[in-house]
Design a protein around this ligand. Structure first.
Ligand code: CP
Length: 312
């Protein structure tokens, strides 16, 4: 089995069996990453171009490490020193790079829909590495993989996503991915940080943290996106931390084996206390490790790796 579409742009558009395929492959890729020599020839001769128009540590580095582990050639496109700065359009930029025979583009952009636009203008594969407030499908997949590795299932779990839902592409990808695989999702946040369409999503909505977190199997804590806040969405960071910050006391309301997740980067002391971020229930660094495996799996499935992806 392979993926049905040329591109990976959103989990809303992905079938559940395709998600399961990616998660299964990612578990195999984790074995490659545990070897002393982390290199397989699977994608030798393939070229991957990373195009990050917004800052990133985890996603950019893990895509680069994933592609290099599979022996693909990786080229980073720097927007600020490119001809975009001389007024060249995004469409002409993509046509130009496609003409250099790039096999895949990894796109992060502040505009929702940017990855779809690029996908329509190239024959190469496009992976959305986060577009505006729309989706971040590989983050959704790595979050789901992390949950699956701990709980051995997704179906029937209750997952709370807490915080700045309105600005969160991570929340949207998690909602689509988790609900398609049978989990119940609760979105928790102040009314001002819930998107207008929230009650059309297949989720339960809570504006009271204590009520929402009760009996959850997983608490996924979102970053307050200080760079995307319009004025007045919450009174102060201090008040946000008091009402919606995840601390040890509120976590006691969740199930005893709760997983605490955060996509990063964390605002310690605002949406999560340092003792919870580093505590016994936290799987934040495991999420990062699983991100490399998920991105290896996707590159392998899209770029036509044949045979056993994990062969020496
Ligand atoms: N989770 C995430 O997307 O992190 P980066 O912005 O560092 O890539």
């Amino acid at each position: 089995m392979s993926l049905s579409q040329k591109d990976v742009l959103s989990l809303r558009e992905m079938r559940p069996d395709e998600m399961t395929l990616i998660l299964d492959r990612a578990q195999e890729m984790k074995e490659v990453l545990s070897r002393p020599i982390k290199k397989v020839p699977t994608l030798r001769g393939k070229s991957v171009v990373t195009m990050f128009f917004e800052n990133s540590t985890r996603t950019r580095m893990s895509f680069e490490m994933a592609a290099k582990t599979l022996s693909a050639d990786v080229t980073g496109f720097a927007a600020s020193t490119s001809s975009l700065a001389k007024g060249e359009s995004l469409k002409d930029t993509i046509l130009t790079l496609s003409a250099m025979a790039a096999d895949a583009f990894i796109i992060r952009h502040s505009a929702s829909g940017a990855a779809h636009f690029i996908a329509r203008n190239t024959g190469a594969h496009v992976i959305n590495a986060g577009d505006g407030t729309h989706e971040h499908p590989t983050q959704g997949l790595l979050d789901i993989l992390t949950i699956r590795l701990h709980k051995n299932r997704i179906e029937g779990l209750t997952v709370a996503i807490v915080g700045d839902i309105a600005h969160s592409r991570v929340a949207r990808s998690n909602v689509w991915g988790l609900t398609k695989l049978g989990a119940k999702v609760r979105l928790i946040g102040p009314e001002t940080l819930l998107p207008a369409e929230v009650r059309q999503l297949p989720v339960e909505v809570f504006t009271d943290l204590q009520e929402g977190i009760r009996g959850c199997d997983v608490v996924n804590v979102l970053r307050i996106q200080l760079e995307r806040q319009e004025a007045g969405l919450f009174p102060s960071q201090r008040e946000y931390a008091q009402k919606f910050g995840i601390n040890k006391n509120v976590l006691r309301l969740a199930n005893p084996d709760v997983l605490v997740m955060h996509p990063g980067p964390m605002n310690r002391g605002i949406e999560i206390t340092p003792d919870v971020a580093d505590g016994e229930f936290s799987v934040v660094t495991e999420q990062v490790t699983n991100g490399v495996a998920v991105r290896m799996a996707l590159l392998y499935l899209l770029l036509g790796g044949s045979g056993d992806a994990t062969t020496h």
